[in-house]
Design a binder for this molecule. Structure first.
Ligand SMILES: [Zn+2]
Length: 137
């Protein structure tokens, strides 16, 4: 028979104190290293650096895969679709004008959000020691 004091529910936050999620997400959103917040996380538009040039934090194993693209489509789609319907119902502009404005707006918003969401997703993985959905260390 086991002692009831020895049985404890698993705590998912054990070992996470040194990597707080909130600051890591803010640093990732700014495309900065989730560890120090000053080194650039990305080289170019979307490639994650192997190491932070400031604190040498290893970022090579973090892979966001399709997550940032999915999140970008989710956000842009949920913003633009109701807005498109509202603009059409309110002003009924020429279809070519409506298309041009929304094409530029959705492409611009997607290009703005994609690297920031990738930074936030990599920072989330870093804070939770996920290492790109692989084996954590
Ligand atoms: Zn760093």
């Amino acid at each position: 028979m086991q002692d009831s004091q020895q049985i404890a529910p698993p705590d998912a936050t054990v070992g996470m104190e040194d990597r707080p999620l909130g600051p890591a997400l803010r640093r990732g959103w700014r495309r900065r290293c989730p560890n120090c917040g000053s080194g650039p996380m990305l080289k170019g538009y979307l490639s994650v650096r192997d190491h932070c040039p400031v604190c040498q934090e290893d970022l090579s194993q973090h892979r966001a895969d399709d997550g940032p693209a999915y999140m970008t489509i989710l956000i842009v789609g949920h913003l633009s679709a109701p807005l498109l319907g509202s603009v059409w119902m309110a002003w009924q502009p020429e279809p070519l004008v409506l298309f041009t404005i929304f094409a530029i707006g959705t492409v611009g918003l997607s290009l703005y959000l994609l690297p920031r969401l990738k930074g936030a997703m990599v920072a989330f993985q870093w804070a939770r020691r996920m290492h790109g959905f692989g084996r954590g260390i």
